[in-house]
Design a protein around this ligand. Structure first.
Ligand code: SDX
Length: 428
């Protein structure tokens, strides 16, 4: 590696910091000694110029619209792989042989059941509770049931906890949906694929056989692949920060779910479909584009823009193609897709969006597909959390197994009052 350095002049002194190179992407200026040497902090609210860690999992090139998982382009994985295979890849670093993949799927399948007492947790929620509130609560409670996989210093326990989380998220999400519609919980069916089992637990009823539609199973599995991991996004950073204190993996994933819920992050798929429904017909698009451009109007085009992608989100490309496949498979005629296509066309031809490099992101089309499959909008972010759990777990494992790992503890620029004496109430 080239011996690169960065110099900083501060307080009349010049400091030298090493510049580290990755296997690809931007270099980083290693400022770990900056405060000790200079007494000053860096200042980067929102971490727009900060690399928080070293990782080998996922690489994003925002300008080129590139997304790689362990080096494999998302478009190829979405086309040729499966969510279980991508999960194995993220966790272990290489694509598995058929035998190894079969063994991994066998293991995950046999962790899909929940401790029977966890079903009682659902009864404590209102039927109209948002599924993300249920997910936060139930996933956080897992640590009260699986004490044999909370010792993070034991690689074997970390592996079991990881498999349990990946396996149980579909069951937990499906149960949240069933509870909201007053239908009985459906137990996992080990004869089905990971995604087919999730569809049956969600849409099956005890009164009749449930037939998995292959085109829907394929589309759902592809949607899971597209949401599996995404570098150091807000919820992944939340999981890492929670994990850096030594918290158990179930608590860390519950923290990630809470962060993902925000409309600026994983909640955008629900917000994007609600926005499209509010727009309704293409003739009303201009009004919303004007609102999105108005600095005094907090309205934003949900499903547009991204902190990293300043080009088309490669996941949105796959998502758009998948809409047509699902619509054809289910013979869906929903004008909302035409409205979405027209909105994208108008936005991308508008200088405001071009200048700010605002393109559709992964959330812009996903809601249309999920709605066509039959999910209520309130379930969209829960599905995002289901899929992102493997990314969170893989990132958490990568951090915990790093021998140099320390607790994350940012500092601040303090602008509050300097020291002053207490004033008794009678003198105020
Ligand atoms: C996800 O990080 C990840 O990787 C996340 C994710 C993942 O897989 O984990 O990819 C998933 O969260 C995708 C993003 C989903 N969110 C949305 O679709 C919500 C709408 N988008 C915005 O809220 C916004 O674009 C963000 C939050 C996604 C990105 O925000 P940034 O990078 O902090 O950029 P910004 O908010 O500072 O916006 C830059 C400019 C601003 O204008 P100026 O202040 O420079 O004049 O662009 C404008 C914004 O006003 N802008 C928008 C806009 N998004 C940004 N204007 C209108 N509509 C929008 N959607």
């Amino acid at each position: 590696m080239a011996d690169k350095h960065a110099k900083l002049e501060l307080g009349g002194q010049t400091y030298d910091f090493p510049v580290l190179e990755g296997s690809t992407g931007p270099d980083v200026v290693d400022i770990r000694k900056l405060y000790g040497l200079t007494g000053a902090f860096t200042f980067d609210p929102g971490y727009k110029s900060t690399a928080s860690c070293e990782s080998a999992l996922t690489y994003i090139d925002g300008d080129e619209g590139v997304l790689l998982h362990r080096g494999y382009p998302i478009g190829q994985l979405a086309e040729h792989s499966s969510f279980m295979e991508v999960s194995y890849l993220l966790l272990n670093g290489e694509l598995p042989s058929k035998a190894v993949l079969d063994e991994f799927e066998f293991t995950i399948t046999r962790h899909t059941m929940l401790h029977e007492q966890l079903a009682q947790f659902y009864r404590g929620f209102r039927r109209d509770a948002h599924p993300m509130a249920v997910m936060c609560g139930v996933v956080g409670a897992l640590s009260a049931f699986y004490h044999d996989s909370t010792d993070i210093s034991d690689p074997h326990q970390r592996k079991i906890a990881s498999h349990r989380l990946i396996a149980k998220m579909p069951t937990i999400a499906a149960m949240a949906y069933k509870y909201s519609v007053g239908q009985p919980f459906i137990y996992p069916d080990n004869r089905l694929s990971y995604t087919g089992n999730f569809l049956k637990m969600t849409f099956g009823v005890p009164a009749e056989e449930y037939e998995v539609i292959p085109a829907v199973e394929r589309a759902m599995d592809r949607i899971f692949i597209l949401h599996a991991d995404h570098e150091q996004n807000a919820s992944t950073s939340t999981v890492r920060l929670a994990g850096s204190s030594g918290a158990n993996p179930f608590a860390c994933i519950a923290a990630g779910i809470a962060c993902l819920w925000g409309p600026a992050h994983g909640g955008a798929n629900e917000a994007a479909l609600n926005m499209l429904r509010e727009i309704g017909t293409p003739d009303r698009i201009g009004h919303y584009i004007d609102r999105a451009k108005d600095k005094n109007d907090p309205f934003r085009l949900m499903g547009f823009g991204h902190r990293v992608y300043k080009n088309y989100d490669p996941r949105a490309t796959v998502m758009q193609k998948t809409v047509r496949e699902v619509f054809d498979a289910l013979n869906v005629k929903d004008p909302i897709f035409e409205t979405a296509l027209r909105l994208e066309e108008i936005a991308l031809s508008d200088p405001y969006f071009a200048e700010k490099k605002l393109f559709p992101n992964v959330d812009f089309y996903s809601g249309i597909i999920l709605s066509a499959i039959g999910f209520p909008t309130t379930m969209f972010t829960a599905l995002f959390a289901l899929a992102r759990t493997v990314g969170w777990v893989a990132q958490w494992n990568e951090m915990i197994s790093d021998p140099g790992q320390v607790i994350g503890r940012p500092r601040q620029l303090y602008t509050g009052p300097t020291e002053r004496d207490y004033v008794p109430v009678e003198q105020r």
